[in-house]
Design a protein around this ligand. Structure first.
Ligand code: CUA
Length: 178
């Protein structure tokens, strides 16, 4: 099949068909409506999570994680430290192949600043069964201000394919009542 020239040299200057014009207008208006809804959902919706995002080097993030672990570890599980940070404090959760590190324990009704970053590849933070989903990249950290309102055990699943051990990349978050 050959690529041939259009018959008319000014091929783009044609009247728009009415049906096409209607579709362009409908699509444009819908875009405007969704733009407004994006702002509305951010303020009043239940599905859009507000995070702060900063640049941070993987090494620096990992150092902060280790410092927090040294300060707040209360026990070990499956060879991993379980940290019970002070309410109101900054909590660091490192994603790496193929681990969420460390295991976290929060108190119900208390507020924490949860920092999320990766020290190698892109991973996906998925909190189950809450269905909170955030992409986690090396070089950037997301900070979530959270106040857990239910005492239960949450699973943290990786939902971005990150290699052979992707399906084993499971973490844990405990929320306990004090
Ligand atoms: Cu980490 Cu998939």
């Amino acid at each position: 099949m050959a690529v041939t020239s259009p018959l008319e040299r000014i091929w783009w200057k044609q009247p728009i068909h009415r049906v096409e014009l209607i579709w362009v207008v409908v699509a444009f208006l819908w875009g405007l409506i969704m733009f407004a809804m994006m702002i509305y959902w951010h303020a009043y919706g239940r599905q859009n999570l507000s995070t702060e995002t900063y640049r941070i080097s993987p090494a620096e993030f990992y150092d902060k994680t280790e410092a927090m672990i040294a300060k707040y570890t209360v026990r070990e599980e499956r060879g991993l430290p379980v940290v019970h940070p002070r309410p109101g404090s900054d909590v660091y959760l490192t994603a790496r192949v193929w681990l969420w590190y460390p295991i976290l324990e929060f108190e119900k009704g208390q507020t924490y600043r949860l920092h999320l970053s990766s020290i190698d590849l892109q991973h996906g933070f998925s909190l189950q069964p809450m269905n909170v989903n955030i992409q986690v990249h090396p070089g950037y950290e997301h900070v979530l201000t959270i106040t857990p309102d239910q005492a239960q055990e949450y699973a943290i699943v990786c939902n971005e394919y990150c290699g052979l051990g992707h399906h084993t990349m499971l973490g844990k978050l405990y929320v306990v009542s004090k």
